[in-house]
Design a protein around this ligand. Structure first.
Ligand code: SF4
Ligand code: FES
Length: 476
């Protein structure tokens, strides 16, 4: 293992470690713009320069490997002078439009100009000007802000393989643009260029001008629309969700990026409390949970749990089945694999494993329908989200709900089945609860509560407990 000194602190690193990572490991993170752990290093911005004893010039730490016996300085006068020079060049054409820029508050240019920049500009020439351009319906580019780090260009080349973006012209006319005016609409990963852009040059049409980021509280959670339950941030403010962003885990490439479909799914969970029904409903009228429990007691009960909910919900819901074999699994969303490095499973039902481990049998809805029609099962409790069922499965579930003498549907976002059910209970969305899932590789992934549910809207586990308690009280 190479052993080196960084600012006189000895550190041992794995062979092949970049100096930039070694510095961070030693507790001296160096600033960077163009470096990204999942992209080929190109050392274009020169912001990560460090001094290495014995070398006459500063070295870019994002392209230099840590070596045994090296003595590295990250804050020497030469390094500080070098960074100040880089900042001055980067700011030559950059507009001072932070008050109207979406990136303000999470902008590396803003942060580093405070740390390494100068108070004043020596630039007397007029700044280069471009009008902002739409790169399709999803992305807007403001070239005035671009610092030419090429992260976005490398992303479309190395990760999405769609090659829309390129660098045109040279010198002070250099600009990031699309080949022959192509849009980014066909790219299902387009939103990632916004995350990658260290300044505010690439902005999201969906988020643009919606919220100042310093009001947002990032809550660590998982994306239930990603087959591998990828970690993500849910940015919330005043009990509303405003955006989803990837929550990268080290160099694991699939956690750095998010599909646009997964990213835009936040809209589904931004529910208006004014239109949410917050009480149990029985035969079209508000009812008590005891009345729902009484209806359930009249015969055998089967539960159908969709494998996109948490394990706690699965466990508590399963306890309501009259027999272990009356736990059925649902959810059949299939994701088309387009990017094997990012899509580690095509099964869009992220917690299938967690439900299976709790006795839910997937692919047996025909058996349940026969039991309902034959009178063997009288009541069906269905935990469902229509975004994760195909038309065929939705039709099968509809048949079960219509055939059952009593059906209780739990849908966080009420859909068609809620309208057909004998009874419904208002349940929380995944953003309004804390639970965990077991992904397709058997990894347990927890998620935190990001939003407070309206009064009366409860978790599946809480409703299951109340139904069980009401039944016990009736038997006492
Ligand atoms: S648009 Fe952003 S990510 Fe792309 S080169 Fe410019 S600064 Fe870098
Ligand atoms: S981060 Fe090293 S040169 Fe840009």
């Amino acid at each position: 293992m190479p052993t080196l000194k960084i600012n006189d602190v000895e550190v041992k690193v794995e062979p092949g470690t970049l100096l930039l990572d070694a510095c961070a490991q030693a507790g001296f993170p160096v600033p960077s713009y163009c470096y990204h752990p999942t992209l080929t290093p190109v050392a274009t911005c020169r912001m990560c320069v460090v001094e290495i004893k014995g070398q006459p010039k500063l070295a870019t730490s994002c392209t230099t490997l840590a070596a045994d016996g090296q003595e590295v300085f990250t804050e020497s006068p030469a390094v500080k002078d070098g960074r100040a020079g880089v900042m001055e060049f980067l700011l030559i054409n950059h507009p001072l439009d932070c008050p109207i820029c979406d990136q303000a508050g999470e902008c590396k240019l803003q942060d580093y100009s405070y740390q390494y920049g100068q108070d004043d500009s020596r630039m007397v020439e007029p700044k280069r000007r471009y009008r902002y351009e739409d790169l399709g319906a999803k992305i807007v580019i403001d070239k005035n802000r671009c610092i030419h780090c090429t992260r976005c260009v490398r992303f479309t080349k190395e990760i999405s393989g769609t090659y829309e973006l390129t660098v045109a012209n040279r010198g002070s006319n250099l600009e990031v643009t699309t080949y022959a005016g192509r849009s980014m609409d066909e790219n299902p990963l387009a939103g990632n260029v916004v995350d990658l852009c260290p300044v505010g040059a690439l902005t999201s049409r969906d988020f643009r001008f919606n919220k100042r980021v310093w009001y947002l509280k990032p809550v660590p959670t998982i994306n239930r629309h990603s087959p591998m339950a990828n970690p993500m941030w849910a940015d919330v403010d005043k009990n509303r969700v405003w955006r989803f962003r990837p929550r990268p885990q080290g160099t694991q490439v699939s956690t750095h990026y998010m599909f646009d479909e997964e990213r835009l799914a936040w809209h589904r969970y931004d529910l208006d409390p004014a239109v949410r029904v917050a009480t149990p409903v029985l035969r079209g009228a508000p009812a008590s949970v005891e009345a729902v429990a009484a209806a359930l007691r009249e015969g055998a009960t089967a539960v159908v749990g969709q494998g996109t909910f948490g394990c706690d919900s699965a466990q508590r819901l399963g306890d309501l089945a009259s027999a272990p074999e009356l736990r059925y699994g649902s959810g059949d969303r299939v994701v088309q694999i387009q990017f094997p490095a990012l899509q580690l499973s095509s099964d869009g039902v992220l917690n299938r494993r967690g439900f299976s481990e709790r006795g839910y049998r997937f692919g047996h809805l025909d058996e349940l329908l026969a039991k309902v029609k034959g009178g063997e099962v009288r009541s069906v409790i269905l935990l469902h989200d229509e975004a994760f069922s195909s038309r065929a499965e939705a039709a099968k579930l509809r048949e079960i709900v219509e055939a059952a003498p009593f059906s209780l549907v739990l849908e966080p976002i009420p859909g068609e089945l809620s309208g057909l059910a004998t009874a419904t209970l208002p349940v929380t969305t995944f953003l309004e609860e804390a639970d965990f899932v077991i992904d397709h590789e058997g990894v347990l992934k927890r998620y935190q509560k990001a939003l407070q549910a309206p009064k009366g809207v409860k978790t599946v586990a809480a409703w299951a407990k109340e139904l069980a308690a009401a039944t016990q009280a009736a038997h006492a």
